[in-house]
Design a protein around this ligand. Structure first.
Ligand code: GCW
Length: 687
C-alpha cells in the first residue's frame, strides 16, 4: 500500500510539474528517447549505427528496414521511403543517405504527426546540391569574425586530446538538415592552420564528424609557403611553391583521407593572392586545384574582391572575374556572395551569376546577421534567400555555402529564433523549392513550444484552436521579420549606411579622414539637395549594364525599376512620384515608420503567444524584441533626421515623431551590447 501511494503521488507530482525550461541546446532535435522502435540495418557501421539508434530512440511508427541499394532515381545522399502495411522501407545508395532518411522520418513525425502516409506510397528525396557547406569565420584564438553567439566552438588549445561533446552534437544537427561540409576557419586565414600541430587538431574534428557525413574543409592563406617555410615567394607558377603545396596536400590527406578541400579569399581586403605576383585568380585557383585533384579535393575560390579604384564597387567582382570564364579547372568552384556588394539587408543578385557559363559557380549566403541586427534582432532569413532564387535558378549552381551564426552560447546562435536561420539554410540547400513559411512551420513546431506537437494536438493541456491561431501568427512574424529590418534600416534600395566598424547601428553621416571612399556611407547613399541614391544606370556607373538585357533595361529606367531596388540603381529626386502617388521623401518616411511599427507588432504577437511557449525561450525573445524596437526607433530617427537636412521637407504627420535629436545621435554609436534586458544566463539566475 505504501508503495502504491508513493507511486500515485509520484505520478501526480510528475503530471503537475511544469515542463522543463528549454535552454535551446537541443536545437530542433527535442524528440523523446524511449520509443524502442524496431529497426533493421544491413550491416553495422558508424553511420548506420547512428541512423538505427536515432530511430530506435524516437520513431513511433511501424518497424523500419534500412536498405543500401543503387537505384536510378536516387543520387548519392538521396533516399526513398516506401510505406508498406507492416513496415517502412528506407532505401539509399549510401549510408549517409540512410541517415538523412532517418532524420527525415523523425522530422515528419514531429511536424506532421497527423499526416501518416497511406500504405504503398513512396517518396523520393534527392538533394538539389551535392555540396551544402557551412563557412565558419572562426579565428584560431577563438574569436569569431562577425560572430554574435559567444566564442568559436573549436577549442584548439584542448584539441586533439580533449573533444567537447558539442562537436558531435554539431555534426548531428548538421546531418539532421542535410549539411555535408564545414569550413572550420575564417577566410581571413591564419597560415598556422596548415601546421602539423593544427592539422592534427583538424583530424580529431574530422574523425568525429565523419560518421555524420560531414566533411572538413579549410580556409587557406595564399602566402602560407612564405609564412610557414620562409619561401621567398608564393607565386603560383613557381616550382618550389607548387612543390610546397603538393607536400602539404599529401600531409593533409594522410591524416584526413576524405578531406574536402580549400576555401580561398585572395587579393581581397588585404589578403595575399596570386595578383601580388602578377598572376591571375585563375592561375592561383588552378595551381591549388591541380594539387588537390589526385585526392578528389576541390577549391572554392571567392569572388569577393574590390579595390580602391574608380569603378563602382558593385561592379568590381564582375569586372575582375567575368573575363576569366572558362579558365578554371573542373575542381574549382567560384564562390560568389548573393549580392554584388556585401550581405546587405537587401541587394539585387550579383550579376556574376549567369555571366560565367563555362565555370562552376556556388552561392555564398550569410547566416550570421552581420548587417541585420546581430543576435539582438529577429531576422528570419529564408525570405532573403528565396528572393535570390527568384533571379538565380537553383539549377545553375553547383553548391551553396552559408557563413554560420554558431558559437559557444548554450543555445548555439545567441537569439533563440536565430537557430531558424541555420535550419533554413540547411533545408534550402537540400531543397530550394521549400517555401519560407513551410520551413518556419517546421522549425517552430520542433522548438519553441512547451510541448511536442503530438501532445499539443491531443489537447490535454493545450487549447488546440488557440495554439493553431498562435502558430499561424508566429509563422507570419518570422516571415515578415527580415522585411521589417529592411524597412527600419535601409528601405527602397539604400545600403551600407552603417556605423563605422561594427555594422550594427546607423551612421549615414560618417566621415573619417583619409578613409577609402567606398568604406563610407556617403559613397552609397549619395544624399544631396537634389535627391538620394546611387546612380548605377547607363548615365551613372552603368552597373545595370552587367545584367542580362531584359533586366538591365527594366532596372535602368527609373520608372520601371522595382522600388525595392530604386535607390540602389538610381539617384532619385526628393519630389519624385512613387507608385503610391507619394513623393520619394514621404515614402521613405513611411517605410522607416512601418519598420518600427512592424517590430512593435512582433512584440504583441509574441506576448500573446506566451501561454504556448517555453518560458525561457519566451522571456529571452521578449527581451530581445525590446532591444530591437529601441534600435528600430534609433535607426528611423537617425536616418530621417539626417536625410531631412538634404530634402528640407517635413516628416508627414502620420509618422511617429522622432524622439531623438540628430546632434545627440551623432555623438554616440547605437550600443550593441547594452541590451534593454539581461542576458539569458542572467535571466536564468533570476528565475
Ligand atoms: O562582410 C565582410 C565582413 C568581413 C569579411 C568580409 C569577407 C571575413 O565585414 O568581416 O571578412 O566581408 O566576406 O571576406
Amino acid at each position: 500500500m505504501k508503495h502504491l501511494l508513493i507511486t500515485f503521488f509520484g505520478i501526480l507530482f510528475l503530471s503537475v510539474m511544469p515542463s522543463k525550461a528549454e535552454d535551446g541546446s537541443r536545437l530542433w532535435l527535442r524528440q523523446a528517447d524511449n520509443a524502442q522502435a524496431k529497426v533493421n540495418i544491413p550491416r553495422s557501421s558508424p553511420t548506420l549505427n547512428i541512423a538505427a539508434e536515432e530511430l530506435q530512440k524516437a520513431w513511433k511508427g511501424l518497424p523500419i528496414d534500412l536498405v543500401l541499394k543503387k537505384d536510378k532515381t536516387l543520387q548519392a545522399d538521396g533516399f526513398r521511403i516506401s510505406y508498406g502495411k507492416e513496415k517502412v522501407t528506407l532505401t539509399s545508395p549510401t549510408e549517409v543517405g540512410l541517415l538523412y532518411g532517418a532524420y527525415h522520418l523523425l522530422r515528419g513525425q514531429d511536424t506532421q504527426p497527423e499526416a501518416r502516409p497511406s500504405a504503398e506510397e513512396a517518396e523520393v528525396h534527392n538533394p538539389a546540391y551535392t555540396l551544402r557547406i557551412l563557412n565558419h569565420w572562426d579565428n584560431l584564438d577563438r574569436t569569431v569574425e562577425r560572430g554574435y553567439a559567444g566564442r568559436s566552438l573549436w577549442n584548439w588549445e584542448e584539441l586533439p586530446q580533449t573533444a567537447s561533446p558539442r562537436y558531435e552534437a554539431y555534426a548531428r544537427a548538421n546531418a539532421s538538415i542535410g549539411i555535408n561540409g564545414t569550413v572550420l576557419n575564417n577566410v581571413n586565414a591564419s597560415p598556422k592552420i596548415l601546421t602539423e600541430e593544427y592539422l592534427k587538431k583538424v583530424k580529431a574534428l574530422a574523425d568525429i564528424f565523419r560518421p555524420y557525413g560531414l566533411r572538413v574543409y579549410l580556409s587557406v592563406n595564399f602566402a602560407s609557403p612564405m609564412a610557414l617555410d620562409s619561401l621567398p615567394t608564393a607565386d603560383p607558377l613557381n616550382k618550389e611553391v607548387i612543390r610546397w603545396w603538393k607536400n602539404k596536400a599529401k600531409e593533409i590527406y594522410r591524416l584526413i583521407p576524405d578531406f574536402g578541400g580549400f576555401l580561398v579569399k585572395a587579393n581581397s581586403e588585404g589578403q595575399p593572392g596570386p595578383c601580388d605576383f602578377g598572376r591571375t585568380h585563375a592561375d592561383g585557383a588552378n595551381m591549388l586545384a591541380d594539387v588537390l585533384k589526385p585526392y578528389k579535393g576541390i577549391v572554392m575560390w571567392r569572388a569577393f574582391v574590390y579595390s580602391p579604384s574608380d569603378a563602382d564597387r558593385a561592379k568590381q567582382a564582375y569586372l575582375e572575374f567575368e573575363p576569366l570564364d572558362g579558365q578554371f579547372r573542373k575542381n574549382v568552384i567560384i564562390q560568389i556572395k548573393n549580392g554584388p556588394i556585401d550581405f546587405q539587408p537587401r541587394e539585387p543578385y550579383s550579376p556574376l551569376f549567369g555571366a560565367m557559363p563555362q565555370t562552376t559557380l556556388m552561392a555564398e549566403f550569410q547566416i550570421t546577421q552581420e548587417y541585420l541586427g546581430h543576435s539582438n534582432h529577429l531576422a528570419y532569413l529564408a525570405p532573403m534567400w528565396k528572393e535570390f532564387f527568384e533571379y538565380v535558378s537553383p539549377a545553375s549552381l553547383k553548391a551553396i555555402a552559408g557563413v554560420t551564426n554558431i558559437g559557444t552560447d548554450t543555445n548555439w546562435c545567441g537569439h533563440p529564433l536565430a537557430q531558424a536561420n541555420w535550419y533554413a539554410f540547411g533545408r534550402l540547400a537540400w531543397n530550394p523549392s521549400l517555401t519560407s513559411e513551410e520551413i518556419a512551420d517546421e522549425w517552430l513546431k520542433q522548438t519553441v513550444y512547451k510541448e511536442p506537437l503530438e501532445a499539443i494536438l491531443k489537447g490535454k493541456a493545450t487549447d488546440v484552436q488557440g495554439w493553431k491561431a498562435t502558430h499561424a501568427q508566429l509563422i507570419r512574424l518570422m516571415t515578415e521579420s527580415r522585411e521589417a529590418v529592411v524597412n527600419y534600416m535601409m528601405p527602397l534600395g539604400l545600403h551600407h549606411i552603417f556605423a563605422w566598424g561594427h555594422h550594427y547601428g546607423p551612421e549615414p553621416w560618417c566621415t573619417i579622414p583619409n578613409a577609402r571612399p567606398d568604406w563610407l556611407p556617403s559613397y552609397y547613399h549619395q544624399a544631396d539637395k537634389t535627391g538620394l541614391g546611387f546612380d548605377r544606370s547607363a548615365q551613372g556607373s552603368n552597373a545595370t549594364g552587367q545584367y542580362p538585357e531584359e533586366l538591365a533595361k527594366q532596372w535602368n529606367d527609373l520608372n520601371t525599376c522595382p522600388e525595392k531596388f530604386l535607390l540602389w540603381f538610381h539617384h532619385v529626386p526628393w519630389t519624385h512620384r512613387m507608385k503610391s502617388g507619394q513623393t520619394l521623401w514621404d515614402e521613405l518616411c513611411h517605410y522607416y515608420d512601418k519598420g518600427v511599427r512592424q517590430v512593435r507588432d512582433f512584440q504583441q504577437v509574441w506576448d500573446r503567444a506566451e501561454a504556448y511557449i517555453d518560458p525561457q525561450t519566451f522571456s529571452d525573445v521578449q527581451c530581445r524584441l525590446k532591444t530591437q524596437v529601441r534600435d528600430a526607433v534609433w535607426w528611423k530617427d537617425a536616418c530621417l533626421l539626417y536625410f531631412q537636412e538634404f530634402s528640407a521637407m517635413p516628416i508627414p504627420y502620420d509618422v511617429e515623431r522622432p524622439i531623438h535629436n540628430l546632434k545627440d545621435l551623432q555623438k554616440v554609436h547605437l550600443p550593441i551590447n547594452n541590451y534593454v534586458c539581461p542576458s539569458p544566463e542572467l535571466l536564468n539566475q533570476n528565475r
